[in-house]
Ligand binder design. Structure first.
Ligand code: ZN
Length: 188
């Protein structure tokens, strides 16, 4: 049995993450929908999907990491969207912990699939070290973990692309998760 943790980025209670000014759509709302769709899809019998959200506590990120580690998944995925502040930056990135070779490989699989799906600029995979964005999650989760940043939510054209390709994006995420499981099968 392969256990997969899907973690909705940010929180309904404290900060929903970056927001699109025109629509008020936030990272949390967008990715709550993505992860809900993934929960409803059919999965192979040997794959178990569990969704995690930050609890309404002051240390929500810390606490959700504790919950993920208690579940002891084979892989963990955190769903985000990027923001530049100017609304002008565009494109797809996937983050991984710089010392994780499996994380790097899974990030490469995800990056290619997301670029193929959305057709946005390929900003590449990003190795994350101590103190960099996403480092707490990537470092503290015991399993191989990656963070998805498929588009810039403060860029209206990026968000429109992600919304208009929403069902393709969800299917692509499932494909990435299945390929990532194949990858860890070949390693262990
Ligand atoms: Zn985020």
């Amino acid at each position: 049995m392969y256990k997969v943790a899907l973690v909705v980025g940010h929180s309904k209670c404290f900060s929903e993450g970056a927001m699109n000014e025109k629509t008020g759509l936030t990272e949390w709302i967008f990715n709550k929908n993505v992860v809900s769709a993934l929960q409803l899809m059919s999965w192979p019998d040997d794959v178990e999907i569990l969704v995690f959200e930050r609890p309404p506590t002051p240390r929500g990120l810390h606490d959700v990491v504790v919950e993920v580690n208690a579940y002891d998944p084979d892989l963990a995925f955190s769903f985000h969207a990027n923001a530049s502040g100017s609304g002008l930056a565009s494109g797809t990135e996937v983050l991984y912990w710089y010392r994780s070779m499996i994380g790097k490989k899974v990030a490469q699989i995800a990056q290619k699939a997301l670029v193929d799906c959305l057709g946005l600029p390929d900003r590449g995979t990003k190795p994350i070290a101590h103190g960099e964005r996403g480092s707490y999650f990537l470092r503290k989760v015991y399993s191989p973990a990656i963070i998805f940043e498929p588009f810039f939510i403060d860029n209206d054209r990026d968000l429109l692309t992600a919304l208009s390709k929403f069902s393709d994006l969800v299917v692509t995420y499932q494909k990435i998760i299945k390929e990532a499981i194949n990858e860890i099968q070949s390693v262990f």
